[in-house]
Design a protein around this ligand. Structure first.
Ligand SMILES: Cc1ncc(COP(=O)(O)O)c(C=O)c1O
Length: 380
């Protein structure tokens, strides 16, 4: 069967190709060479490869899978998610304008703010989960990029991607969506009208908390896309073959991991929402979530594995709960097979994150064990 006809589960199970004909192996080989030989006529022996900064088999294989999963025309892998975000924003000319969702991953906000200040780029921050507010920002004048993150980290707000694409068009901007907390299995922004989708592949796509990476996938090969591709090779922001190989290995189990994590997250959200020591649960799967209906429409296969909740009481009460958890590791990041808890206020005290908020990344452990751990930490 041709890869383009495969369901995502099948494509991913054999990510990187079925059989390595040279060895007979059922997984792709790693080619660590940084340079590639030429023949007597001085032509490359393999025309696809000359130097590893421009060409790398494992990177190409992983990009092909990610591009197909998102329904895009091309993908570019970077050494981290932030490198992917930066590569896109660097295409904005000095004096340009970008519209960026407020209350998103703090590392992205911080870098984009600094970048815009250095380059005299106007940055308008707007709650993009409010479609009317986003439309108003887009109608206010032209821009180069509209940047949204859905579900957002750590507020779990949902942005209507189709409405955002329409709004971005008004401003003559491309719509770029950070879909890290959804994964390509739960949401495909390009199919809803976005121009570029981004993932920190450090998170669920690799899924084992052992490889940094980021990807941009484009709907069309535009001049902006070509600029990003040329700059990646020339400026050397490339992923190495070992990382790309590990990423391919991780992706082979993505569907089963996501299915289990989503199932666990639903059960945990049900438990937390009825718990007397919990003030609120921020998870789009909960019916009281303000964008529950939109999330159901936009993410029909599930609401993801990231959630936040507010502990009743003070900062100290929340920190005590985090400290008592035994199965959830107290660590940043998300999307790994192991469950994590994070007190975001400690990381970003100036952004309005409540002091009592704990963010959970739900892993693939048995739901009952995770619920028992939360129960003992909260006090039954
Ligand atoms: C939603 C989101 N986008 C982007 C990033 C940045 O990715 P990386 O850590 O791979 O640079 C993160 C990291 O936590 C994230 O949570």
């Amino acid at each position: 069967m041709d890869a383009k006809d495969m369901q995502p589960e099948t494509l991913l199970a054999q990510a990187g190709g079925a059989i390595d004909l040279a060895s007979g192996g059922v997984v792709p080989p790693i080619q660590p060479s940084t340079t590639f030989a030429r023949g007597e006529d001085y032509q490359p022996i393999n025309p696809a490869n000359t130097y590893a900064r421009d060409h790398n088999d494992a990177v190409r294989q992983a990009e092909a899978v990610l591009s197909q999963l998102e329904g895009g025309e091309a993908a570019l892998l970077f050494p981290t998610g932030m490198a992917a975000i930066a590569a896109l924003f660097r295409t904005v000319p000095n004096g340009g304008r970008v519209i960026v969702q407020s209350g998103i991953y703090w590392g992205a906000t911080k870098w984009i703010r600094d970048f815009c200040e250095r380059r005299q780029v106007v940055m308008d921050e707007v709650d993009a989960s409010d479609s009317a507010a986003l439309r108003a920002a887009c109608e206010a004048g032209p821009a180069q990029i509209v940047w949204v993150e859905t579900p957002s980290n750590p507020w779990l707000r949902i942005t209507d991607i189709a409405a955002a694409a329409e709004a971005a068009k008004q401003a003559g901007a491309l719509l770029a969506v950070d879909s890290t907390a959804a994964s390509p299995l739960l949401s495909n922004p390009l199919k809803l009208g976005a121009d570029v989708v981004m993932h920190s592949t450090t998170k669920v796509i690799n899924g084992h908390s052992d490889v940094l990476g980021g990807v941009l996938v484009t709907r069309e090969r535009t001049p902006v896309w070509e600029e990003i591709a040329i700059d990646r090779a020339s400026a050397g922001a490339v992923m190495g073959p070992f990382e790309a190989w590990l990423l391919l290995r991780g992706m082979r189990t993505l569907p089963v991991r996501v299915e289990r994590m989503v199932d666990n997250a639903m059960k945990i959200s049900e438990f937390l929402k009825d718990h007397p020591r919990v003030e609120a649960v921020l998870y789009p799967g909960v019916k009281s979530h303000p964008q529950h209906e939109l999330a159901t429409k936009q993410m029909p296969q599930g609401y993801g594995f990231l959630m936040s909740f507010l502990v009743k009481g003070t900062r100290e009460d929340a920190l005590r709960v985090a400290g008592k958890l035994k199965l959830f590791h107290s660590a940043t990041s998300l999307g790994g097979v192991e469950s994590l808890v994070e007190h975001r206020h400690t990381i970003e005290p100036h952004t309005g994150i409540p002091e009592s908020l704990l963010r959970l990344s739900i892993g693939v452990e048995k739901a009952e064990d995770l619920i028992a751990d939360l129960g003992q930490a909260l006090g039954q």
